[in-house]
Design a protein around this ligand. Structure first.
Ligand code: CMC
Length: 378
Protein backbone atom coordinates (compact mmCIF):
# COMPACT_ATOMS: atom_id res chain seq x y z
CA UNK A 1 0.00 0.00 0.00
CA UNK A 2 1.43 3.41 -0.92
CA UNK A 3 1.41 5.97 1.88
CA UNK A 4 1.00 9.65 1.06
CA UNK A 5 2.22 12.57 3.20
CA UNK A 6 -0.77 14.83 3.84
CA UNK A 7 -0.12 17.61 6.37
CA UNK A 8 -3.42 18.77 7.86
CA UNK A 9 -4.97 15.62 6.32
CA UNK A 10 -6.43 17.91 3.66
CA UNK A 11 -6.59 15.31 0.94
CA UNK A 12 -7.47 12.40 3.20
CA UNK A 13 -10.92 10.83 3.25
CA UNK A 14 -11.38 9.43 6.74
CA UNK A 15 -14.89 7.96 6.40
CA UNK A 16 -17.99 7.70 4.27
CA UNK A 17 -21.05 9.46 5.58
CA UNK A 18 -24.79 9.74 4.96
CA UNK A 19 -25.07 12.54 7.50
CA UNK A 20 -23.77 15.81 6.11
CA UNK A 21 -23.09 17.02 2.59
CA UNK A 22 -21.01 20.15 1.98
CA UNK A 23 -20.45 21.78 -1.39
CA UNK A 24 -17.76 24.29 -0.52
CA UNK A 25 -17.70 25.88 -3.96
CA UNK A 26 -21.40 26.63 -4.22
CA UNK A 27 -22.01 27.16 -0.49
CA UNK A 28 -24.41 24.28 0.07
CA UNK A 29 -24.91 22.40 3.36
CA UNK A 30 -27.36 19.52 3.79
CA UNK A 31 -28.11 17.13 6.64
CA UNK A 32 -29.23 13.75 5.29
CA UNK A 33 -30.27 15.41 2.03
CA UNK A 34 -32.23 18.33 3.52
CA UNK A 35 -31.03 21.88 2.87
CA UNK A 36 -29.92 23.65 6.05
CA UNK A 37 -32.22 26.58 5.16
CA UNK A 38 -35.33 24.31 5.18
CA UNK A 39 -34.35 22.62 8.44
CA UNK A 40 -33.71 25.92 10.25
CA UNK A 41 -36.99 27.40 9.01
CA UNK A 42 -39.21 24.41 9.79
CA UNK A 43 -37.76 22.14 12.47
CA UNK A 44 -37.18 22.02 16.17
CA UNK A 45 -33.81 20.62 17.28
CA UNK A 46 -35.43 17.36 18.46
CA UNK A 47 -36.53 16.63 14.86
CA UNK A 48 -32.91 17.05 13.78
CA UNK A 49 -31.76 14.75 16.59
CA UNK A 50 -34.13 12.10 15.24
CA UNK A 51 -33.07 12.72 11.64
CA UNK A 52 -29.37 12.39 12.43
CA UNK A 53 -29.62 9.39 14.74
CA UNK A 54 -32.36 7.38 12.98
CA UNK A 55 -32.02 8.47 9.33
CA UNK A 56 -35.35 10.22 8.66
CA UNK A 57 -37.44 13.07 9.95
CA UNK A 58 -39.84 11.85 12.66
CA UNK A 59 -43.63 11.73 12.39
CA UNK A 60 -45.61 13.21 15.30
CA UNK A 61 -45.52 10.02 17.35
CA UNK A 62 -41.81 9.48 16.81
CA UNK A 63 -41.16 13.10 17.74
CA UNK A 64 -43.13 12.73 20.98
CA UNK A 65 -41.24 9.54 21.79
CA UNK A 66 -37.82 11.08 21.29
CA UNK A 67 -38.82 14.18 23.29
CA UNK A 68 -39.86 11.92 26.14
CA UNK A 69 -36.54 10.05 26.00
CA UNK A 70 -34.61 13.33 26.02
CA UNK A 71 -36.67 14.62 28.98
CA UNK A 72 -35.77 11.51 30.97
CA UNK A 73 -32.05 12.12 30.40
CA UNK A 74 -31.50 15.77 31.35
CA UNK A 75 -30.54 14.86 34.93
CA UNK A 76 -26.76 14.87 35.51
CA UNK A 77 -25.05 13.02 38.39
CA UNK A 78 -24.70 15.18 41.49
CA UNK A 79 -20.87 14.78 41.55
CA UNK A 80 -20.59 16.35 38.10
CA UNK A 81 -22.69 19.38 39.10
CA UNK A 82 -20.63 19.72 42.30
CA UNK A 83 -17.40 19.60 40.29
CA UNK A 84 -18.63 22.35 37.92
CA UNK A 85 -19.39 24.66 40.87
CA UNK A 86 -16.10 23.81 42.60
CA UNK A 87 -14.00 25.20 39.74
CA UNK A 88 -12.82 28.84 39.82
CA UNK A 89 -15.22 31.24 38.12
CA UNK A 90 -12.49 32.18 35.61
CA UNK A 91 -12.21 28.52 34.47
CA UNK A 92 -12.60 28.10 30.72
CA UNK A 93 -16.15 27.03 29.83
CA UNK A 94 -15.11 24.36 27.30
CA UNK A 95 -12.44 23.08 29.69
CA UNK A 96 -15.26 22.69 32.23
CA UNK A 97 -17.26 20.70 29.68
CA UNK A 98 -14.23 18.46 29.09
CA UNK A 99 -13.99 17.84 32.84
CA UNK A 100 -17.71 17.05 33.04
CA UNK A 101 -17.52 14.57 30.16
CA UNK A 102 -14.36 13.01 31.63
CA UNK A 103 -16.37 12.38 34.79
CA UNK A 104 -19.36 10.99 32.88
CA UNK A 105 -16.97 8.65 31.03
CA UNK A 106 -15.75 7.28 34.33
CA UNK A 107 -19.27 6.97 35.79
CA UNK A 108 -21.03 5.36 32.78
CA UNK A 109 -18.30 3.88 30.50
CA UNK A 110 -20.90 2.42 28.08
CA UNK A 111 -19.99 -0.31 25.58
CA UNK A 112 -20.63 0.16 21.86
CA UNK A 113 -23.74 -1.92 21.08
CA UNK A 114 -26.11 -1.36 18.20
CA UNK A 115 -29.15 -1.67 20.46
CA UNK A 116 -27.78 0.92 22.92
CA UNK A 117 -25.75 3.46 20.93
CA UNK A 118 -28.64 5.83 20.11
CA UNK A 119 -29.83 5.81 23.72
CA UNK A 120 -26.32 6.71 24.87
CA UNK A 121 -26.28 9.53 22.30
CA UNK A 122 -29.62 10.86 23.60
CA UNK A 123 -28.23 10.76 27.12
CA UNK A 124 -25.13 12.71 25.97
CA UNK A 125 -27.26 15.31 24.14
CA UNK A 126 -29.70 15.84 27.03
CA UNK A 127 -26.98 15.99 29.67
CA UNK A 128 -25.00 18.50 27.64
CA UNK A 129 -27.90 20.97 28.00
CA UNK A 130 -27.85 20.68 31.81
CA UNK A 131 -24.05 20.79 31.96
CA UNK A 132 -23.76 23.83 29.66
CA UNK A 133 -26.53 25.71 31.50
CA UNK A 134 -24.84 25.04 34.84
CA UNK A 135 -21.41 26.04 33.54
CA UNK A 136 -22.93 29.42 32.66
CA UNK A 137 -24.55 29.65 36.11
CA UNK A 138 -21.37 28.62 37.94
CA UNK A 139 -19.30 31.18 36.05
CA UNK A 140 -21.86 33.88 36.81
CA UNK A 141 -21.76 32.99 40.54
CA UNK A 142 -25.37 31.72 40.48
CA UNK A 143 -26.80 28.67 42.25
CA UNK A 144 -26.98 25.23 40.57
CA UNK A 145 -30.18 24.62 38.65
CA UNK A 146 -31.92 21.32 38.00
CA UNK A 147 -33.14 20.92 34.43
CA UNK A 148 -36.32 23.03 33.95
CA UNK A 149 -38.11 20.79 31.48
CA UNK A 150 -40.17 22.79 28.95
CA UNK A 151 -41.76 21.92 25.64
CA UNK A 152 -38.58 21.98 23.54
CA UNK A 153 -34.86 21.34 24.00
CA UNK A 154 -34.01 24.99 23.20
CA UNK A 155 -36.48 26.29 25.78
CA UNK A 156 -35.39 23.77 28.41
CA UNK A 157 -31.78 24.79 27.94
CA UNK A 158 -32.44 28.54 28.12
CA UNK A 159 -34.79 28.19 31.10
CA UNK A 160 -32.24 26.08 32.99
CA UNK A 161 -29.47 28.58 32.25
CA UNK A 162 -31.35 31.82 32.94
CA UNK A 163 -34.11 30.74 35.33
CA UNK A 164 -36.50 33.28 33.82
CA UNK A 165 -39.22 33.31 31.21
CA UNK A 166 -37.56 33.30 27.83
CA UNK A 167 -39.20 34.94 24.82
CA UNK A 168 -40.42 33.10 21.74
CA UNK A 169 -37.81 34.93 19.67
CA UNK A 170 -35.00 33.88 22.02
CA UNK A 171 -36.19 30.27 21.89
CA UNK A 172 -36.49 30.21 18.11
CA UNK A 173 -33.06 31.87 17.71
CA UNK A 174 -31.49 29.33 20.09
CA UNK A 175 -33.23 26.54 18.20
CA UNK A 176 -31.83 27.87 14.91
CA UNK A 177 -28.30 28.09 16.36
CA UNK A 178 -28.60 24.49 17.60
CA UNK A 179 -29.49 23.33 14.08
CA UNK A 180 -26.88 25.49 12.32
CA UNK A 181 -23.99 24.23 14.45
CA UNK A 182 -25.21 20.61 14.73
CA UNK A 183 -22.84 19.02 12.26
CA UNK A 184 -20.25 19.84 9.66
CA UNK A 185 -18.90 16.54 8.34
CA UNK A 186 -15.40 15.83 9.73
CA UNK A 187 -13.74 19.01 11.05
CA UNK A 188 -10.89 18.75 13.59
CA UNK A 189 -13.19 18.10 16.57
CA UNK A 190 -15.20 15.32 14.91
CA UNK A 191 -11.97 13.77 13.64
CA UNK A 192 -10.43 13.90 17.14
CA UNK A 193 -13.52 12.15 18.51
CA UNK A 194 -13.40 9.57 15.72
CA UNK A 195 -9.79 8.76 16.58
CA UNK A 196 -10.88 8.09 20.18
CA UNK A 197 -13.95 6.01 19.29
CA UNK A 198 -11.98 4.06 16.66
CA UNK A 199 -10.19 2.46 19.63
CA UNK A 200 -13.70 1.57 20.89
CA UNK A 201 -13.25 3.98 23.76
CA UNK A 202 -16.74 4.96 24.98
CA UNK A 203 -18.98 7.74 23.63
CA UNK A 204 -18.42 10.09 26.60
CA UNK A 205 -14.62 9.82 26.28
CA UNK A 206 -14.88 10.40 22.53
CA UNK A 207 -16.90 13.56 23.22
CA UNK A 208 -14.12 14.69 25.59
CA UNK A 209 -11.59 14.32 22.75
CA UNK A 210 -13.81 16.25 20.37
CA UNK A 211 -14.25 19.04 22.93
CA UNK A 212 -10.48 19.34 23.32
CA UNK A 213 -10.12 19.98 19.59
CA UNK A 214 -13.10 22.34 19.44
CA UNK A 215 -11.59 24.58 22.13
CA UNK A 216 -8.88 26.04 19.86
CA UNK A 217 -9.09 29.46 18.17
CA UNK A 218 -8.83 28.01 14.66
CA UNK A 219 -11.99 25.99 15.28
CA UNK A 220 -14.72 26.58 17.87
CA UNK A 221 -13.20 29.55 19.65
CA UNK A 222 -13.34 31.64 16.49
CA UNK A 223 -16.84 32.90 17.41
CA UNK A 224 -15.47 34.41 20.63
CA UNK A 225 -12.49 35.91 18.81
CA UNK A 226 -14.70 37.27 16.01
CA UNK A 227 -17.00 38.97 18.51
CA UNK A 228 -14.04 40.37 20.48
CA UNK A 229 -12.94 42.12 17.27
CA UNK A 230 -16.27 44.01 17.21
CA UNK A 231 -15.82 44.95 20.88
CA UNK A 232 -12.25 46.10 20.25
CA UNK A 233 -13.29 48.22 17.24
CA UNK A 234 -15.93 49.82 19.45
CA UNK A 235 -17.61 52.13 16.97
CA UNK A 236 -18.69 52.15 13.36
CA UNK A 237 -16.32 54.95 12.32
CA UNK A 238 -13.27 52.96 13.53
CA UNK A 239 -13.78 49.86 11.40
CA UNK A 240 -11.62 50.91 8.45
CA UNK A 241 -8.78 52.16 10.64
CA UNK A 242 -8.86 48.93 12.71
CA UNK A 243 -8.79 46.77 9.58
CA UNK A 244 -5.82 48.69 8.19
CA UNK A 245 -3.89 48.48 11.47
CA UNK A 246 -4.71 44.95 12.63
CA UNK A 247 -5.32 42.99 9.48
CA UNK A 248 -3.35 44.70 6.72
CA UNK A 249 -0.36 46.15 8.61
CA UNK A 250 -0.53 43.81 11.63
CA UNK A 251 -1.02 40.73 9.40
CA UNK A 252 -3.47 39.22 11.90
CA UNK A 253 -6.15 36.86 10.68
CA UNK A 254 -9.65 38.24 10.40
CA UNK A 255 -11.48 35.92 12.77
CA UNK A 256 -14.78 34.50 11.52
CA UNK A 257 -13.44 34.63 7.96
CA UNK A 258 -12.04 31.81 5.84
CA UNK A 259 -12.73 28.11 5.79
CA UNK A 260 -10.92 24.93 4.79
CA UNK A 261 -13.91 23.72 2.77
CA UNK A 262 -16.00 26.78 1.82
CA UNK A 263 -14.46 28.90 -0.87
CA UNK A 264 -17.55 31.09 -0.92
CA UNK A 265 -19.95 32.58 1.64
CA UNK A 266 -20.71 29.95 4.31
CA UNK A 267 -24.47 29.21 4.05
CA UNK A 268 -24.71 29.11 7.86
CA UNK A 269 -23.21 32.60 8.10
CA UNK A 270 -26.01 33.96 5.86
CA UNK A 271 -28.67 32.59 8.21
CA UNK A 272 -26.82 33.65 11.36
CA UNK A 273 -26.49 37.15 9.89
CA UNK A 274 -30.20 37.56 9.29
CA UNK A 275 -31.11 36.13 12.73
CA UNK A 276 -28.50 38.30 14.45
CA UNK A 277 -29.77 41.37 12.63
CA UNK A 278 -33.34 40.87 13.74
CA UNK A 279 -32.61 39.74 17.32
CA UNK A 280 -30.03 42.49 17.94
CA UNK A 281 -32.65 45.19 17.20
CA UNK A 282 -33.94 44.68 20.74
CA UNK A 283 -30.55 45.24 22.37
CA UNK A 284 -28.77 48.54 21.73
CA UNK A 285 -25.25 47.24 22.35
CA UNK A 286 -25.81 44.13 20.25
CA UNK A 287 -27.19 46.29 17.46
CA UNK A 288 -24.04 48.43 17.53
CA UNK A 289 -21.92 45.26 17.27
CA UNK A 290 -24.08 44.06 14.39
CA UNK A 291 -23.48 47.28 12.48
CA UNK A 292 -19.73 47.09 13.13
CA UNK A 293 -19.71 43.45 11.98
CA UNK A 294 -21.64 44.31 8.85
CA UNK A 295 -19.15 47.03 7.91
CA UNK A 296 -16.18 44.78 8.76
CA UNK A 297 -17.69 42.07 6.56
CA UNK A 298 -17.95 44.51 3.66
CA UNK A 299 -14.30 45.57 3.99
CA UNK A 300 -13.17 41.99 4.60
CA UNK A 301 -14.89 40.69 1.48
CA UNK A 302 -13.46 43.52 -0.62
CA UNK A 303 -9.96 42.65 0.61
CA UNK A 304 -10.12 38.84 0.74
CA UNK A 305 -12.60 37.68 -1.91
CA UNK A 306 -9.84 37.26 -4.49
CA UNK A 307 -8.36 34.59 -2.17
CA UNK A 308 -11.86 33.11 -1.75
CA UNK A 309 -11.98 34.02 1.92
CA UNK A 310 -15.51 34.91 3.10
CA UNK A 311 -17.40 35.04 6.42
CA UNK A 312 -17.78 31.67 8.08
CA UNK A 313 -20.41 30.49 10.56
CA UNK A 314 -18.60 32.09 13.52
CA UNK A 315 -18.67 35.65 12.20
CA UNK A 316 -22.24 36.49 13.25
CA UNK A 317 -23.18 33.68 15.67
CA UNK A 318 -21.73 35.57 18.65
CA UNK A 319 -24.08 38.49 18.07
CA UNK A 320 -27.04 36.11 18.24
CA UNK A 321 -25.77 34.50 21.48
CA UNK A 322 -24.97 37.91 22.97
CA UNK A 323 -28.46 39.19 22.08
CA UNK A 324 -30.01 36.21 23.88
CA UNK A 325 -27.99 37.17 26.96
CA UNK A 326 -24.88 34.96 26.91
CA UNK A 327 -21.44 36.39 27.72
CA UNK A 328 -18.63 35.92 25.19
CA UNK A 329 -16.94 33.20 27.27
CA UNK A 330 -19.94 30.91 26.59
CA UNK A 331 -19.88 31.04 22.78
CA UNK A 332 -17.65 28.01 22.20
CA UNK A 333 -19.54 26.01 24.82
CA UNK A 334 -22.78 26.87 22.97
CA UNK A 335 -21.21 25.64 19.74
CA UNK A 336 -20.38 22.38 21.57
CA UNK A 337 -23.91 22.10 22.98
CA UNK A 338 -25.17 21.84 19.44
CA UNK A 339 -22.28 19.87 17.92
CA UNK A 340 -22.57 16.93 20.31
CA UNK A 341 -25.37 15.76 18.01
CA UNK A 342 -23.04 15.68 15.00
CA UNK A 343 -20.26 14.07 17.01
CA UNK A 344 -22.48 11.26 18.36
CA UNK A 345 -24.00 10.67 14.90
CA UNK A 346 -20.59 10.36 13.26
CA UNK A 347 -19.22 8.11 16.02
CA UNK A 348 -22.21 5.76 15.70
CA UNK A 349 -21.99 5.71 11.89
CA UNK A 350 -18.27 4.97 12.10
CA UNK A 351 -18.37 2.27 14.78
CA UNK A 352 -21.45 0.51 13.39
CA UNK A 353 -20.77 0.67 9.67
CA UNK A 354 -17.11 1.17 8.90
CA UNK A 355 -15.12 0.60 12.02
CA UNK A 356 -11.34 0.51 11.69
CA UNK A 357 -8.72 1.63 14.19
CA UNK A 358 -7.41 5.05 13.08
CA UNK A 359 -3.64 4.81 13.11
CA UNK A 360 -1.81 6.96 10.54
CA UNK A 361 1.94 6.90 9.97
CA UNK A 362 4.64 9.54 10.40
CA UNK A 363 7.79 10.01 8.29
CA UNK A 364 10.88 9.81 10.49
CA UNK A 365 13.19 12.82 9.94
CA UNK A 366 15.40 12.54 13.08
CA UNK A 367 19.08 11.50 13.40
CA UNK A 368 20.43 8.26 11.94
CA UNK A 369 21.36 5.47 14.37
CA UNK A 370 23.63 6.86 17.14
CA UNK A 371 25.91 5.21 19.62
CA UNK A 372 24.41 5.23 23.13
CA UNK A 373 26.54 6.98 25.80
CA UNK A 374 26.07 6.31 29.51
CA UNK A 375 25.12 9.38 31.57
CA UNK A 376 28.66 10.19 32.84
CA UNK A 377 30.07 10.16 29.29
CA UNK A 378 27.59 12.71 27.85
N1 CMC B 1 -7.69 36.14 7.67
C1 CMC B 1 -6.62 36.44 6.92
N2 CMC B 1 -6.02 35.57 6.08
C2 CMC B 1 -6.54 34.34 6.02
C3 CMC B 1 -7.65 33.96 6.78
C4 CMC B 1 -8.23 34.91 7.63
N3 CMC B 1 -9.28 34.62 8.39
N4 CMC B 1 -7.94 32.66 6.53
C5 CMC B 1 -7.04 32.25 5.63
N5 CMC B 1 -6.18 33.25 5.33
C6 CMC B 1 -5.08 33.23 4.37
C7 CMC B 1 -3.81 32.67 4.99
O1 CMC B 1 -3.05 33.67 5.60
C8 CMC B 1 -3.16 32.04 3.80
O2 CMC B 1 -2.58 33.07 3.05
P1 CMC B 1 -1.21 32.82 2.20
O3 CMC B 1 -1.55 31.73 1.22
O4 CMC B 1 -0.91 34.14 1.58
O5 CMC B 1 -0.20 32.37 3.22
C9 CMC B 1 -4.32 31.51 2.98
O6 CMC B 1 -5.44 32.31 3.34
C10 CMC B 1 -4.65 30.05 3.28
O7 CMC B 1 -4.75 29.90 4.69
P2 CMC B 1 -4.67 28.51 5.46
O8 CMC B 1 -4.58 28.77 6.91
O9 CMC B 1 -3.63 27.65 4.83
O10 CMC B 1 -6.04 27.88 5.06
P3 CMC B 1 -6.86 26.88 5.90
O11 CMC B 1 -7.65 26.08 4.96
O12 CMC B 1 -6.02 26.13 6.88
O13 CMC B 1 -7.77 27.95 6.69
C11 CMC B 1 -8.90 28.46 8.67
C12 CMC B 1 -8.87 27.63 7.41
C13 CMC B 1 -10.31 28.38 9.23
C14 CMC B 1 -7.88 27.88 9.68
C15 CMC B 1 -8.53 29.93 8.36
O14 CMC B 1 -9.38 30.46 7.37
C16 CMC B 1 -8.54 30.82 9.60
O15 CMC B 1 -7.57 30.82 10.36
N6 CMC B 1 -9.65 31.57 9.83
C17 CMC B 1 -9.79 32.37 11.03
C18 CMC B 1 -10.28 31.51 12.17
C19 CMC B 1 -11.73 31.10 12.00
O16 CMC B 1 -12.58 31.93 11.68
N7 CMC B 1 -12.00 29.81 12.23
C20 CMC B 1 -13.35 29.27 12.15
C21 CMC B 1 -13.48 28.28 11.05
S1 CMC B 1 -15.15 27.89 10.65
C22 CMC B 1 -15.84 27.21 12.03
C23 CMC B 1 -15.24 25.92 12.44
O17 CMC B 1 -15.14 24.99 11.65
O18 CMC B 1 -14.91 25.83 13.62
Amino acid sequence: MSVKFSPGLEDTIIKQTSLTFIDGINGILRYRGYDIEDLVKNCIFEELIYLMLYGDLPNRQELNEIKEKINKNYQVPEEVIRMIYSLPREANAVGMMESAFGMLASIYDPKWEKTLNRDVAISVIAKTATITANIYRAKEGLKPNNPKIKSTYAETFLSTAFDRNVSEEEISSMNAALILYADHEVPASTTAGLVACSTLSDMYSSITSALAALKGPLHGRAAEDAFNQFVEIGSLNKVEEWFEEKIIKGKNRLMGFGHRVYKTYDPRAKIFKSLAESLSKKNEKANEYFKIANKLEEIGIKHFSEKKIYPNTDFYSGILFYSIGFPVYMFTALFALSRVLGWCSHFIEYVEEQHRLIRPRAIYIGPEKREFKKIDQR
